[in-house]
Design a protein around this ligand. Structure first.
Ligand code: SF4
Length: 256
């Protein structure tokens, strides 16, 4: 018994007390900043494997970025990555980082459906669909429920059946073979329901965007409620995004 207590004392608290203020290791690539330094923008845009960088003015689309970091390596005076992991938004436009701006990525309150906070603010059950995913975002979503991140403390859980879910979390670029199962899974979720896209592949197709093996019609037929960038998305990016979607507008963290 004494030994067990010693081990427990030695381990300390495993969970992150406040997931909104946690810090991440310096190697983590979060929200990028684009300076106003003059560089050869055409070469910069050209080196990006997913065409995430646009010119005149220079901007970077987090929904297309694989966070390979090559732009920051080749043009360190123009682009650098911060450790800010709060990258999620319900507004696709807010994922575009513009030259000379250092703005936090936030939700667009006008796009949040009223029933989302009213019905799911205290309890949200999600069904995960890997639509051609490579298991990276799926592993991070698993990690979101481990003892450190402890997603379920907020009343947010993953469930096995879409019949028990309030929404779906999609990972992967949505392959042709997964298009119909994804649609059927979504139809099996009772209304009202939400859609969350996790990772660059789900948001834009990522490096597979031009592949003929994809069928992303699902996204033109249904409204997405939350975009969670990353490659893969970090558990803190996912958790903070979902909390921001559900949280009341006064910013109350306790779902009062
Ligand atoms: S880090 Fe993102 S924007 Fe930069 S080159 Fe890689 S994919 Fe493109």
């Amino acid at each position: 018994m004494l030994n067990n207590l010693k081990i427990r004392w030695h381990q300390g608290s495993q969970f992150i007390p406040d997931v909104t203020k946690a810090s991440v290791p310096g190697i983590f690539k979060g929200r990028p900043i684009i300076t106003t330094a003059k560089v050869d923008e055409a070469s910069l845009a050209d080196l990006c494997p997913t065409h995430a960088i646009s010119m005149n003015p220079c901007s970077l689309d987090l929904g297309k970025c694989t966070f390979c970091g090559e732009c920051a390596v080749q043009f360190p005076k123009k682009i650098f990555f911060t450790s800010d992991y709060k990258l999620s938004s319900n507004d696709r436009e807010k994922l575009i980082i513009k030259e000379g701006e250092d703005l936090l990525i936030q939700m667009n309150p006008a796009l949040i459906r009223e029933e989302i906070r009213r019905l799911f603010g205290r309890s949200l059950k999600l069904r995960q669909v890997s639509a051609g995913g490579d298991n990276s975002c799926e592993m991070e979503l698993n990690a979101a429920n481990n003892v450190q991140f402890d997603l379920s403390r907020f009343g947010i859980d993953f469930v096995a059946s879409p019949r028990h879910a309030d929404g779906i979390v999609i990972t992967g670029p949505i392959t042709k073979n997964m298009a119909e199962p994804l649609e059927r899974c979504y139809q099996a979720v009772p209304s009202p329901k939400i859609i969350i896209l996790v990772g660059v592949d789900a948001i834009s197709g990522g490096i597979f965007a031009d592949s003929p093996a994809l069928n992303r019609e699902f996204l033109t037929n249904h409204t997405v409620d939350l975009y969670v960038p990353g490659n893969p998305a970090h558990p803190l990016t996912f958790i903070n995004g979902v909390l921001d979607l559900l949280r009341k507008r006064d910013g109350n963290f306790s779902f009062s």
